[in-house]
Design a protein around this ligand. Structure first.
Ligand code: UT7
Length: 334
């Protein structure tokens, strides 16, 4: 049987500063703890302690934890894939910043810009690299600093209550057992939804890229057509999960743990219901961290491993949907 890739270790890091829903109402008086909990399942989120902390800084402890749990050192890593929608700088990407901060050898650092699906897109690339024998150990990091980019006023309430800062990481390498590892990754996109979840400015198509008017009009903040995104997510996540399970030759009863992207607890409950996955098999962290975009799934993996909830031999399903639109799913035999 051909070589498979496997997730050899996982880690995560969230900043220490907790912002509860009640804290947010001081800035956004027209929202409430009751609304946020009822519509999203979020109770609190973490944000960076002070100005000057970027996605690559959150990635450092998450990456170290993943590498250590894989039983490796930074010198064993052959490539970095860094997924984020909130890079430290416009360019270069956060991957090279992480390479330098970790003092790694001059390995390649690839930046992935697929937002909430960033982890699954990264896993697809890492899996192909490992199976093709291009690299032995690939570090994937999903890390986000949302808190510096949210409209914390009544105007931005539909989006700004959702997001939090955090990082998750995994090390992907060759599976020691051909029966185990990443069975497949399915990724999709449809740009028809590009303008239904986006940050418009600054943009290279405008001269200049940023103006005072753009700032005053709030075009620098994320905008979302929430109901439309909700509808697409609850349709596409089950669809792609079924495709991934079929390709992997497993059925829904074989799934021991479902680690979905964390955009809204109601979305995940709905998706699980559509797929016939019992609620107790779903991993949630949105209540504590909000939506950490590319970091949600690797944080979920890392926490599940730490809690002993994710064990060898289990069949695990990942699924996500987000801006682009982009979406994907993967089945992994642990
Ligand atoms: O990971 C990226 C992908 N993102 C997603 O998957 C998010 C998908 N969408 C959602 O999760 C939901 O659509 C939201 C949580 C964003 C909104 O929940 P909803 O149940 O779809 O609410 P809604 O947009 O239908 O809004 C209901 C009401 C509206 O007021 P009216 O028109 O009924 O008077 C909103 O203006 O709630 C109002 N509202 C709020 N009220 C208090 C919207 N945001 C807030 C808020 N606090 N933060």
């Amino acid at each position: 049987m051909a070589a498979r890739s496997a997730i050899l270790g996982a880690g995560h890091y969230v900043p220490s500063k907790v912002v509860t829903n009640d804290d947010l109402t001081k800035l956004i008086p027209s929202t409430s703890d009751a609304w946020i909990q009822e519509r999203t399942g979020i109770r609190e989120r973490r944000i960076i302690e002070h100005d000057g902390i970027g996605a690559s800084d959150l990635a450092v402890p998450a990456a170290k934890m993943a590498i250590e749990r894989a039983g490796l050192t930074i010198h064993d890593i052959d490539a970095i894939i860094f997924a984020t929608l909130s890079p430290d700088l416009t360019f270069p990407g956060s991957g090279v910043l992480l390479q330098h901060k970790l003092g790694m050898p001059q390995i390649p650092a690839l930046d992935v810009r697929n937002q909430c699906s960033g982890f699954l897109y990264s896993l697809s690339v890492a899996d192909a690299w490992i199976r093709a024998g291009v690299y032995k150990h690939v570090l994937i990091v999903g890390a986000e600093v949302h808190s510096t980019g949210l409209d914390l006023s009544d105007r931005g309430r539909d989006v700004s209550v959702l997001f939090g800062d955090g990082a998750g990481a995994v090390v992907v390498g060759r599976s020691p057992d051909p029966e185990r590892g990443v069975l497949n990754v399915v990724i999709r996109s449809d740009g028809v939804g590009a303008h239904d979840l986006m940050v418009e400015c600054p943009a290279s198509k405008y001269m200049p890229r940023i103006t005072k008017e753009m700032i005053d009009e709030g075009r620098i903040w994320p905008k979302m057509n929430g109901k439309l995104v909700f509808r697409w997510a609850t349709e596409k996540m089950p669809e792609v999960a079924i495709e991934s399970m079929e390709k992997a030759g497993v059925n829904v009863d074989d799934i021991d743990l479902f680690i979905p992207h964390q955009a809204n607890m109601r979305i995940n409950q709905f998706v699980a219901m559509k797929l016939n996955i019992p609620q107790e098999k779903i991993v949630h962290n949105i209540d504590r961290y909000g939506n950490t975009t590319a970091a949600t799934i690797p944080i979920g993996i890392s926490e599940s491993l730490g809690e002993g909830r994710l064990k060898p031999g289990m069949t695990v399903l990942f699924a996500g949907f987000g801006a682009g639109f982009t979406w994907g799913a993967s089945v992994v035999r642990w």
